[in-house]
Design a protein around this ligand. Structure first.
Ligand SMILES: *[C@@H]1O[C@H](CO)[C@@H](O)[C@H](O)[C@H]1NC(C)=O
Ligand SMILES: *[C@@H]1O[C@H](CO)[C@@H](O)[C@H](O)[C@H]1NC(C)=O
Length: 421
């Protein structure tokens, strides 16, 4: 009986979700609305399903349930990663400096031939997803770039707030730069890549290693896909205009994730999230008059993006001084906000992927401009897609054209930067 009831509930949820999926509104101007619809359908079923079910069963609201679905479907464990059955690459689990990783090696990797190394940090707001969720993505990246790939399962918030995730990805990267040979990696051809929160970790790692560990072999590149680059303001035009463009990433989701990563009340993401959404996490003086203000000045954006079309969320109260004092130093800490670093010179070559309809678009545009102005070789890939158009967690047929273009461009860039001489 209990089973039948559960099936009935699952069926009802599926039907309700199907209706929801059909009604995903797409912004005008999106390059591939059909691809986006298909992607969103898959995304909702795979990623939101456990949250929706828990909410439906009355087990709390969306954000309260984050902890419960750390590994939504592809939970990790001792089993072999899914792609180890695909062939083509030898996919195994390992632990580097205490951090679990998945390693993707080409069949010849046991020979003396060393290959480039690609260290990938998955997205998920520092809170969701795992290396297993991105197993297919990193498998495809390793195949397309000929690199030995390391897919890092860093610790997630809220159980492990900042700087846990950062510390994990930095230890793994340092280890690879020292002992990469054991993995068949040529340590002079290693790069970091990531999307969304993972792009934040990749940018922060590239910056940290080049400034603090000049004795290590330099990273060859940083691939930053639709990345979070700063937390000083959530009122950049892309935050405002794309706030609710597509359900894959709302601005209010970014702010909730941010508050969880910063260790502000694990089960109270929504309270602090809305404070960030209204920019009440920072004093207005600090945001507009400190030496950091210039880094988020809209004048540094391309002219077409300088003015938001919609109005910013207005705050009924003034900023929360208690919260501001608590997070002030982290907000401008380059390990969290790479855009706040004083010096961006001598960093690894970068490819920065932004999508027009992504809330994080302006973070990427501001960072790409500063990197260029600091003399760093920077490729800006500007697509007409949405936040998740950078990834490749689905087979080609189900991907949007926009996502495939970005993926191809990133792979070409990596190949170019890691060619052996
Ligand atoms: C795959 O990797 C495992 C662990 O590194 C190793 O024992 C095995 O020989 C590899 N298999 C092939 C076919 O390279
Ligand atoms: C500021 O935020 C804290 C939670 O971090 C809350 O307890 C406090 O009431 C808030 N203060 C004001 C004035 O809203």
């Amino acid at each position: 009986m209990a089973k039948l009831k559960l099936l009935a509930i699952i069926w009802m949820v599926l039907v309700a979700m199907l209706a929801g999926v059909l009604y995903t509104p797409m912004p005008e101007g999106l390059e591939d609305p059909f691809g986006a619809t298909v992607f969103m359908a898959g995304y909702k079923v795979a990623m939101s399903f456990p949250l929706v079910v828990r909410e439906f069963l009355g087990q709390g609201r969306f954000l309260d349930n984050l902890e419960a679905i750390q590994d939504p479907i592809l939970g990790e464990g001792d089993r072999s990663p899914i792609t180890s059955w695909f062939g083509g690459l030898n996919v195994t689990r390992a632990t580097i400096e205490g951090v679990p990783v998945i390693v993707y090696k080409h069949w010849d990797a046991d020979d003396d031939k060393l290959r480039p190394g690609l260290i990938y940090f998955h997205g998920g707001g520092w809170t969701l997803a795992s290396a297993d969720t991105y197993d297919w993505t990193v498998y495809e990246l390793a195949l397309a770039t000929g690199a030995v790939a390391i897919n890092v399962n860093y610790r997630n918030a809220p159980q492990h707030p900042f700087p846990a995730a950062f510390d994990d990805v930095v230890s793994v990267t340092r280890h690879i730069l020292r002992h990469g040979k054991q993995f068949g990696i040529d340590v002079s051809r290693v790069g970091v890549a990531g999307d969304s929160a993972g792009g934040n970790l990749a940018a922060a790692t590239a910056l940290h290693l080049s400034k603090k560990f000049p004795d290590l072999p330099a990273l060859k590149y940083q691939a930053l896909l639709c990345s979070f680059i700063q937390g000083l303001t959530f009122h950049l035009p892309s935050h405002i205009d794309n706030a609710e463009t597509l359900p894959s990433l709302y601005t209010k989701t970014v702010t909730a994730f941010t508050s969880l990563y910063l260790g502000l009340g694990g089960r109270n993401g929504e309270f602090h999230g809305s404070m960030f959404l209204e920019n009440r996490h920072v004093s207005p003086e600090f945001r507009t008059k400190s030496k950091f203000a210039k880094y988020v000045d809209v004048q540094n954006l391309p002219e077409k993006y300088r003015t938001a079309k919609n109005a910013a969320p207005t705050a009924k109260e003034s900023h929360n001084e208690t919260v501001f004092q608590r997070i002030k130093s982290v907000l401008v800490d380059p390990r969290f906000s790479p855009l706040m670093a004083d010096d961006l010179t001598n960093l690894p070559a970068a490819i920065v992927v932004v999508q027009k309809y992504d809330v994080l678009r302006d973070d990427g545009l501001l960072y790409a401009k500063r990197l260029r102005d600091s003399g760093v070789e920077t490729v800006l890939h500007e697509g007409k897609g949405f936040h998740d158009d950078q990834m490749k967690i689905l087979p080609d047929l189900l991907r949007s054209k926009t996502g495939l273009k970005a993926f191809k461009n990133v792979c070409e860039f990596i190949l170019r930067k890691t060619k052996s001489n």
